[in-house]
Design a protein around this ligand. Sequence first.
Ligand SMILES: [Zn+2]
Length: 340
Amino acid sequence: MSPAMDRAPVDPATVLVREAHLLDPRAGLDGPGDLLVRDGQIAALGEPGSLEAPDGCEVVEAQGLHAFPGFVDPHVHLRTPGQEYKEDIQTGTRAAAAGGFCAILAMPNTRPVVDNASIVQSLREIAGTQARIPTGFTAAVTVGQKGEQLTEAAELAAAGAAGLTDDGLPIRSAGLMRQALQYQRLAGLTIALHEEDPTLSAGGVMHEGEVSALLGVAGIPSVSESVMVGRDCDLAAYEDARIHVQHVSARTTVEIIERAKAAGIKVTAEATPHHLLLSDEAVRTLDTNKKMNPPLRSEDDRQAIIDGVRSGTLDTIATDHASDATASATTGRESAETSG
Ligand SMILES: [Zn+2]
């Protein structure tokens, strides 16, 4: 079953992109050229400077710029319902469209949590009038993301949920995770996982390593992620279910996923731009903007994530976009809950 993706009606664009570097591996495109979009559809490709702009067509002079196919972001936080002072469906999808994204999936750790069919339905209705790009909504694995009682996966699937996740929080109980996978197989929704063993990560504020030792602050060890990924790959294999690992941050996690895939386990995984670009060196200045969950890890972990994307072990890049209000309006507890 394909997930529901809703958006507001839009007027299709007519635009000529002139002399861009056109890139589309699937179409075998990698070189300079003109690109004409007519009524929202690619109408012509040509040599640089060769295409004429139709009447009323917007022209983008794109020398020195790259043109890519639209990006899809499988992991964003739109903050609706309940925290619209941070973000809402309209502002989040406008920002995504401006960044080149043509479809996104929203996470359910809102207030209230998206954990029943009526909330999914109302979000889809709002998206149908406000979303600027096709937007899908995931629902929680457990009621209120409390990790105690499973949500009604079949009802959520029927309401058009795009997947299930308790993103921001791990599913602590292996027994509950196993049950979730059994229901998931019946409902056909992939379970996406924020992997963290809180008994290992509790109290930590950054990656546990040389930098945290030098700064004298409590660390979050990479095994707090990878032991849970190992557990859930085993459970997915045992239940012949499908899982998706969110925001992979550690080399050990990449290695476990690589082995799981080689063994035929149905696991996919994502890397974030920040884990590809930054390491715990960025936290040396104690800049709290560099503090996140999962944390920026060591340079060795970063290299493993780059290699994982190159090899296809990590299937997709996901931003984990999460707008936050000003520090004065946000308690520490809240940012811990709503990050990741
Ligand atoms: Zn997230």
